[in-house]
Design a binder for this molecule. Sequence first.
Ligand code: XUL
Length: 512
Amino acid sequence: MFLGLDSSTQSLSAVIIDTDTGTIAHEDSVNFGAELPHYGSPSGFIPGGVAGEVHADPRMWIEALDLLLSRVGKAFDLSQVTAIACSGQQHGSVYLDDSFSDRLAALDPAQPLVDQLAPALTRATSPIWMDTSTGEDCAAIAASLGGNEEVCRRSGSVAVERFTGPQIRRFHRLDPAGYERTRIIHLVSSFIGSILAGKNIAIDHGDGAGMNLLNLHSLDWDQDLLDATAPGLRQRLPLPAAASSVAGELAPCFVKKFGFSDLCVVALSTGDNPSSLVGMGATSPGTCVISLGTSDTFFAAMSGAVTDPNGFGHVFGNPAGGFMSLICFRNGSLSREALRDELGLSWADFDESGLSATPAGNKGQVMLPFYGPEITPRLDFTGPVRNFPVDAPSAVQVRALLEGQFLNMRLHSQWIGEKPTLIRLTGGASKNDGIARLIANIFQAPVERFAVANGAALGAAIRAAHACGADLASLTAAFCRPAENSRIEPDTSLAATYDAALGHFQALLADH
Ligand code: XUL
């Protein structure tokens, strides 16, 4: 049995896999907003942040760990668990003083974890991935490296507001004394993993690449990027390491408190996207994952380490070795829901039945489908842009929006230089056959759907088994199976239609 944990924006989830039977043995989840309301964070972050600040209370993540493990420990015999690995929302950071490592080593099972660890925090709140408050810091980091091309060449991404380096720079700028007292800075994933291991663990290359600090060529912290960020930063960061390593034994506190075996070990943590790459069985190039959520994401294992010359896409470490791409599209279901509400439609209008009213390619009618500011490409929109009348029939609008979203995804994933041969679709809207077929036709690749509710936690459980020596390919073959009859083949007769549609989309984009 192997336990995977995923600390996401809104919840902490657990998945236990049984590698003997190839089944999921147990699953549970703590929703931060609903179950820990005293942190005043209904959606997992502190509402009302000004100037783009989006922070969360790290004490909430610690308390959720205690709550989740006590619940899982009551429902499941945790002494069967051989290893644990964690996944976490990327980019978020936790700041701790010189008492943290002693506190970790002396965790008392009789006391709540949060009471023992909270006094070590040097920054009361943690910036998370939704934060956009660091424009000034990004500009300064880019300038100090001689331009964003160089930041991207070294770290796999241009300086990005939500990335950890710019966030650390802002902390040093606004609270130099707090930074001075900080002895160690963790990512969300390595923070949870460190608590479990009872010692500071390394940051893996997958999550570490989301910091604008890791040099992807040397796989070490980049001294020039560190210097551009904050003084003495190297001494404040855990070492970078490969995700497949075992970090150490589970701290005795957890053995006593929740009934784990004293032989249980903790593998290194990684970010939720690298972890989902594993959980979706997509660690080899060719298979890409499209996740349809509030934001839509596109990610895939890469054969080489190319970077996006336009600076929209990112390169992270692939937990299976090598690298992965990740592209985040802010206007995912955000836009789908906005159009549905604007026209008073239902989801059926976005599925096969609604889409059958219009032809593929929409007779050249396309939309820049952005209801709010977009990050891929960077556009400060307040509404969608059409190359057709705004009062066109609803069916035309729906097709224009959906085709616009996935033509934009096809266009902005071209820098990777590898055409997907298989697309694994996940997230809420992946159940929609109409959207799945449209994606298969636009990318001209088969689409498979999965039943997994939490690909990141499943990926963590698989990584825990892999770190203990199990074969990754056999694990993903056993656990990452598409749902029955969920595969959709592309209609090859539509290849030319969508090449032309891509041209129309690009022409509209060029005008804005
Ligand atoms: C990736 C990103 C998000 C978070 C959300 O760059 O910011 O996908 O990892 O969990």
